[in-house]
Design a protein around this ligand. Structure first.
Ligand SMILES: [Zn+2]
Length: 94
């Protein structure tokens, strides 16, 4: 159970680190934004979509105790959730 909690914590920490596709899109936004505002806006939208997808993945990781999504049950969560399971109350730091 501790491993799974560490996994949830790791995934949450990872959400805002610009690596992989997220990093490439962020770099593309900055570079194309200097050349063309329109292209910059297009890439900025892609960055936002990628960020929301990451938040969603992290928020929907299953709780090790009850198996329900740990952070949020919402279809489009606005954050990764609290440090306790929203279904059974299991804490990440217990
Ligand atoms: Zn739970």
């Amino acid at each position: 159970m501790q491993d799974q909690r560490e996994q949830i914590k790791g995934a949450r920490h990872h959400v805002y680190i610009p690596d992989g596709r997220f990093g490439l899109l962020l770099a593309a936004t900055i570079i194309t934004g200097v050349i063309s505002t329109t292209a910059g806006v297009v890439f900025a939208v892609l960055v936002a979509m990628e960020l929301l997808a990451r938040i969603r993945r992290a928020a929907h990781l299953p709780c090790p105790r009850c198996g329900e999504p740990f952070g949020s049950k919402r279809r489009f969560p606005i954050g990764v959730g609290k440090n306790t399971c929203q279904n059974c109350g299991l804490g990440l730091e217990e």
